[in-house]
Design a protein around this ligand. Structure first.
Ligand code: AMP
Length: 249
């Protein structure tokens, strides 16, 4: 079973992002970039499936600028066997990424595609769902447990107020939630080994995909600053303030 794992290069989760002064987007100049944390969980899960003898090959894919090669090397240091970069400087929206991944899935014929549930930069939570729709494959989003047996995937999903378990026939699309696993620490020997793993570079045109954005961002702004909290001397004052000032009771 071949597993395809799309990995996105995003602003590192420790960086406090700043909105550009002209309100056109987020400033990414000279900012530390890393693999989207949900995608690390996806690579870890695919690697564990390989180690358990359920998967035969793990292929990591990234769509974006040349530097996404670093993200692919990290995926290979975790355990992916090879990487594919769909190289472009164009702004990529989820539908464009889903189309690129569909074209790669047609070519690579994986039995399972594991994506992150969302990218922490745009918080879209769309690519996996769009990809499943384009492929016509079953999907299980927000996975907290994945078991593969006899051509079927059994996936526990994190849903509002509890867990849901679904059975899917492969090939299928799964998206990862935070509790699926804890990605391993990437060791130096594995970083060195990853440098020797194959990394193929293709362009969107090679896959016959038009990646032109379909949505226009009108404005990006900082969330309003929170005002400082206060301490109240007793419950009676708290209730009065909630009733008369906050007007929530
Ligand atoms: P999103 O729909 O943008 O929140 O992204 C959900 C998931 O789709 C991510 O966690 C990745 O697995 C995948 N993805 C999104 N954009 C890219 C990209 N440019 N390259 C590779 N994978 C991506």
């Amino acid at each position: 079973m071949k597993v395809l794992v799309p990995v996105k290069r995003v602003v590192d989760y420790n960086v406090k992002v700043r909105v550009k002064s002209d309100g056109t987007g987020v400033d990414v100049a000279n900012v530390k970039m890393s693999m989207n944390p949900f995608d690390e969980i996806a690579v870890e899960e695919a690697t564990r499936l390989k180690e358990a003898g359920k998967a035969t090959e793990v292929v990591a894919v990234s769509c974006g600028v040349t530097q996404c090669q670093e993200t692919l090397r990290t995926a290979m240091a975790i355990g992916a066997d090879r990487g594919i970069l769909v190289e472009t400087d164009a702004e990529l929206q989820p539908l464009a990424v889903a189309k690129l991944l569909k074209a790669l899935a047609d070519k690579e014929q994986p039995q399972l595609i594991i994506l992150g549930k969302q990218a922490i930069d745009d918080d879209c939570n769309q690519t996996g769902q769009m990809l499943a729709a384009l492929l016509g494959w079953p999907q299980a989003t927000f996975a907290s447990k994945v078991t593969i047996d006899n051509g079927k995937a059994t996936v526990t999903r994190e849903v509002d107020g509890g867990l849901e378990t679904v059975a899917l026939t492969l090939p299928a699309v799964v998206t990862t939630d935070l509790r699926l696993n804890e990605p391993r620490y990437v060791t130096l020997p594995n970083i060195m080994k990853a440098k020797k793993k194959p990394l193929e570079v293709v362009k969107p045109a090679d896959l016959g995909v038009d990646v032109a954005p379909r949505l226009k961002t009108l404005k990006v702004s900082e969330p309003p600053k929170r005002s400082a909290g206060i301490k109240v001397p007793d419950v009676a004052t708290l209730v009065t303030k909630l009733r008369n000032e906050a007007k929530v009771i």
